[in-house]
Design a protein. Sequence first.
Length: 646
Amino acid sequence: MTVNGSASIPGASCVRGVLATMALLASTLVFAIPAAAQTRHDLFISTLTADSIDATYFIPATAQPPNGYPGILFVHGFGGSKDDDTANGRLYAASGYVTLSYSVRGHGLSSEGSTIMATAEREDLAGVVDFLRTIPGIDTNNIGISGGSQGGLHGLWAIADRLGVKAVSSDVIVPVWATDMLMNGSIRRTVVNLLKSSRVRYDPVRDTLWDYVRNDQFDQLFPAFTDGRDVDTVALNSATVPSLRFLKWQDHYFSAADGIAAFQHYSGPKKIYLGTRGHFSDQVESERIYTYDQVTRWLAYHLKGIDNGIADEQMFTFAESSLPMDSSGYYLWTRSSLDEWPPPGIAPYRFYLAPDSTLTYTAPTVADDSLFLENIHADTTYTFDTGYIEGFHGPVFENALPRQALSFESDPLPWDVEWIGSPRMELHVSSPSARFPLHAQIYEVDTAGTKYFVNRINYTARNWPAGDGLIVADGLAHAHRFTAGSRIRVELTNIDVTNRIDLGEYPFVLPMFADAQVTIYADASRPSYIEIPLAQSPTGVDVAELPPSIGPALLQNYPNPFNGATTIAAVLPNTGRATLVIYDVLGREVERIVDGDVAAGRHAFRWDASSRPTGVYFARLTVAARDGYATGIAPVHAVKKLILMR
C-alpha cells in the first residue's frame, strides 16, 4: 500500500449524489464543532489496481483510547464525491472516530473510469480499507462502513468479501441491485441516470451497456448489466458482521422486496428500517432524524461498545404512508416497530378486473369478455435518442408515444385498510406482438374523487409467443393505509407516468418505441386480477369467509430465497392432470418438473437450480379437470415466486 503525496489538495466542487441523508444532517450540525476538534488530511491512495483514489481523513483531537480510535469509512452515492461526506467525517471525528471518505473511481478527483459499481470499484474498496488500517492511532479491529446507494453497496461488498469490518450501515440498496433494476423485463428509467451522469467519468464498458439500452436489446443488456454487479448473496448472508439497513418503498432505483428477502436470510446481528426518504421517495423530516439517529447509535454500540439500547430494539421498523398529502405531494408517514416480517395478519386479497371499469372481490362469471390496450408509436421519426434528449416527457414525446390506460375502481372501503407487502398481477392475455409493455398503477381515490398514486407493478414482454398466455408479475412493495370511504383504483397502461408531484411526469420504466397490442381477458375461464397484501378485509368480510377458489394449492417453496435446490409443495383435493413449470422473469420456460397425472393429496417436488443464475423465478402449477375433480371447469392455475441467491 502506498500513498501518493501528503500535501493538502483543494477539494473538488461538491457533487451531491442521489442520496445524502446523513451528510445533510451532519452539515446542519457541524457548525457547532470547533476546528481544533480534529485534524484533516487530504491525499491520494494507490489501491490494489494502482489507481489514484482522492481521499480525506480526520484524526480526533481527543485523547487516544488504549486500543486506538475506532474508524469509520464513509462512501458516497453514485455521481457524488468524497466532499459529500466531509461534514460527516468532521462530525464523527469530533466524537472520537478516525474517519475517512474517498471519491470512488470516476468521481471527484479520483482517476480511471467508473465501471458502474462493478468489480473494479469492489477491488478499490479492499485497498482503501487496507489503507484505513495504516492511519496512526486507529484501532484496526474496530472499523465500520457507512453509506447510501453506491456507498451502501460498498458496505455489503465489505461484508461479503470478509474485509474484516466490525459494523456496516447500508442505505437505499439491495444486494441484487442490478437484477432488480431490470425487474419483469422492464428497464427502469434510472438506469439512464447511472449510464449518462455528467458528474461521472466512465470506463468504456458504459458505451456497450448504453447501446443495449438505446436499442432495447434486453436479452443482451440483462447478462451484461448484472454480471459482476450483484452481490454474492451466499457469501453475504453467511457472514456475521452487524448490519443496519434502510430501504425505501418509493425508491426509483431499487425495490424493497428483494432487500427484505436478503435481510431475512442474513446470519449476523441486524436491524432494518423500511420507509421513506431517499432515491426520490417522500422527504419527511421525522424519518430523516430517525434514520440518522439509528446510524449514529449503531456505530457507537458496535465500534465503541456504548450501551445505548439499540441492541434491545425491535428488528423491523417500518413507516406507512397515508392521507392527507401535503402541498409538496408527500404523504403523512407513521412509524411502527416489530420483531417479525411481514406483520401478523397480512393476507392477499384479489381485485378482479371487470370490463365495466370496476374492481370486484369475486371472479367474473361471464363466458367471454376482454379489454384491449395499445402501445402506439405515432411518429416513427421520434426515436429513443430523441426521447432521451427530451427526458421522455413533454408534449412532443406525448404525441409521438401517447399514453393509453384502462381504469378500474373498487367500492368505497368500509374502514381503514393497510397494504403491507408486494402487489402482484396475474393477467390472462393474448398478443400478436413479441414485445409489449403492460404496467399496473395503484391509486387511492378519496371521497372527493381525487386520486393519489401509491405504487406500481411493471411488466414488459420480451419474447412473447403469439397467442394466449398468463402474465405473473410482482410489483414494488409498499406500506400504505387506505382511508375509510376511499376507493382503490388500478390503471393498466403502456407508459408508467403518474400524477405524483415528484417525478410523476417521467416514465418509471423506459417506454417502448414500437407498435404493440395486448388483449386482457376478464371472464370466468380467464380471470385477471391484481392481488394486494392487506391487514384488513376491504369488503367487510374476512378473507377466510370469502368463497374459496376452485383449484389446487401451491405452497411457497422452502427455503426461499434459496441456493442450489429448493422444495415446492402442492396440495390437490382430487386427482388431476398436472404440470409444474418454472419460468424466469421474462416468462420463458426454464424447467418442467411435473407433467402428467398426479394423485390427490400433498406432494413435495424438488427443483435443483444449481446450474441456474441468481434471480427471480416463478413456479406455475396447472391442474386440469379429471376423475370427478372440478368436472367441466377449465384448467386452474397457481403461481409462486422463487428467489435464487448465490
